[in-house]
Design a protein around this ligand. Sequence first.
Ligand SMILES: Cc1cc2nc3c(=O)[nH]c(=O)nc-3n(C[C@H](O)[C@H](O)[C@H](O)COP(=O)(O)O)c2cc1C
Length: 225
Amino acid sequence: MDIIKALNWRYATKRMNGNKIPESKLNTILEAIWLAPTSYGMQPFSVVVIENVELLKKIQPIAYMQPQVSEASVLLVFAAWNNITQERIDEYISQVCSVRNVTEDSMKNLKVEIELKLKNTIDINHCWAANQTYISLGIAIATAALIQIDTTPIEGFISEDLDEVLKLKERGLKSVVLLALGYRDEEHDHLLGLPKVRQNKEDLFISIQSEIGFTASNINNIKSI
Ligand SMILES: Cc1cc2nc3c(=O)[nH]c(=O)nc-3n(C[C@H](O)[C@H](O)[C@H](O)COP(=O)(O)O)c2cc1C
């Protein structure tokens, strides 16, 4: 499917029908997450993959009883590092050296740059790590649409409670955002087929035409498809 057609097909699915998605499609989405870019390439997060129906039911109240949580085939929990530590930086640098067969010495500048993160507060570091998860989230959503899997990104949940259930603190992680994967319930989803609400393209896309002046947007050639 063409990417724009797929992005028009997708919507934040409010109701899913509980059907299971094929393992091959789940693996494609996970592979896309794995390939997503992150700042410095550090991937400062993990993604918890939950398919167990009982566990999904347990998580639903933590997500304000949103039905997709228990009707999904799979729930992905994007959980960012709670902090950036020297140990995590050292591990990453060693991995780059080993995968790319380069010396630690050649990585000196990058390492110093990343180590500047250690001077930040824990909250700032977690926030930076959390931002990285959203890139993967977006890529997962687009990939799922291309292979006709429905998704709902979910920020409406109590992170501390989910961390407790999944014992994420013990792993140095904090949940940031969820992604429900499954199939739309065509009969019960009131959002199915509604037109997309988006900013005017003239407001969203700002074209700066000259070096000194600011020219109002005139991106007229971006047409709705
Ligand atoms: C980061 C993020 C968090 C969201 N959280 C929720 C949520 O908790 N529950 C929900 O039903 N939709 C949630 N949404 C869906 C948005 O409301 C939806 O994407 C937006 O209204 C645009 O509609 P569309 O995705 O159907 O095109 C979230 C979307 C994003 C990107």
